[in-house]
Write a protein that binds this ligand. Structure first.
Ligand SMILES: NC(=O)c1ccc[n+]([C@@H]2O[C@H](COP(=O)([O-])OP(=O)(O)OC[C@H]3O[C@@H](n4cnc5c(N)ncnc54)[C@H](OP(=O)(O)O)[C@@H]3O)[C@@H](O)[C@H]2O)c1
Length: 292
């Protein structure tokens, strides 16, 4: 970790938080504030991390690490605008990684279960071959590859099915739909691991504080289908909505979805201990849910 000498006291340099207004970025802002860790956050439109001329000057001061939460995350939108997805998810991480390499600052970056094909029968190991099904997954895989080849010290954290009490995410969408509809159909043939953004931020910071490098998976513990996830959201909210399981084929979307995207947590749990079950993390997020 970079350290400054201030009046004889060693003080850790601040974190540089990129994409700080997104769902995960906000979780980091709140975590840093709660833990009294110093940071500076940036996001569009003030800073475009795909632009080397904008990223370069940020490194005129020391950072403990760069935490890159910036991304293009519209999975269906990426099919129609592959260039935008590739710019934010492939080009931009390359720009940031090059700056980190020059400044010798570790880079923490987030990737996704969508880099895998979703046809496995056992949890995806961290070194499973990248085989994305759609444009979003391809753009995120490009980001992983460029960081690994950059010479930067890096920690790539793959995660899945992210949710928070704020922002646009599945939990908030289902909270709205179960409030407004008496009956719902939800796909029951895609299986994965939900992930609380607050848990992801805290677990990532714990990894960073231990100096962990390489590629790891961080999600909530356990696994479920979107249908099972919705049943639990409705239960926690006390909704009386009838929720019926359906197939992916009944809900065609522009981007193909992996049927099985459970990420293996073995190496992460060996460092941090067991990940909290998704029902536990979900209950915490539902309790803090911001107005829908
Ligand atoms: N959401 C999920 O379910 C999920 C699942 C697996 C992995 N992940 C990964 O987790 C990470 C965090 O996701 P999230 O859901 O928190 O994302 P998010 O809410 O969409 O936030 C991403 C932020 O990055 C900003 N951004 C986009 N392009 C940028 C650029 N060129 N320069 C600077 N900022 C830029 C966005 O600004 P605008 O809003 O103005 O574009 C937004 O504020 C991402 O790496 C994502 O791929 C997410």
């Amino acid at each position: 970790m970079t350290a400054l000498l201030t009046g004889g006291t060693r003080v850790s340099a601040p974190f540089l938080l990129l994409g700080d207004r997104g769902m995960l970025g906000r979780a980091f802002r709140e975590l840093f504030a709660a833990r009294k860790r110093t940071f500076k956050g940036f996001d569009l439109p003030a800073l475009d991390i795909a632009e080397p001329d904008q990223v370069g000057p940020l490194f005129e001061q020391p950072w403990s690490a760069v935490i890159n939460c910036a991304a293009y995350t519209n999975v269906d939108g990426a099919e129609a605008d592959q260039a935008a997805a590739l710019r934010a998810n492939g080009t931009a991480p390359g720009v940031v990684a090059a700056a980190c390499t020059r400044a010798r600052v570790p880079l923490v970056h987030f990737s996704t279960d969508y880099v895998f094909a979703g046809d496995a029968r056992a949890p995806y190991l961290v070194d499973a071959p990248l085989q994305p099904l759609g444009a979003y997954g391809r753009s995120k895989a490009a980001g992983e590859i460029v960081i690994r080849g950059s010479g930067a010290e890096f920690l790539i954290v793959r995660t899945s099915w992210l949710y928070a009490p704020w922002g646009n995410n599945f939990v908030r969408t289902m909270a709205r739909l179960t409030r407004d509809k008496s009956e719902l159909k939800v796909v029951d043939d895609q299986r994965g691991r939900p992930t609380s953004a607050q848990h992801l931020a805290a677990a990532t910071l714990a990894l960073v504080d231990r100096g962990t490098r390489g590629t790891l998976h961080v999600t909530d513990g356990g696994q479920c289908t979107w249908y099972e996830f919705t049943v639990e959201i409705a239960r926690l909210l006390g909704r009386g909505t009838i929720i019926r399981p359906c197939t992916t084929a009944e809900f065609p979307r522009p981007a193909p979805r992996p049927a099985y995207s459970v990420l293996d947590l073995g190496p992460t749990e060996a460092i941090l201990g067991p990940m909290p079950d998704w029902r536990v993390n979900l209950a915490g997020v539902v309790a803090e849910m911001e107005p829908l």
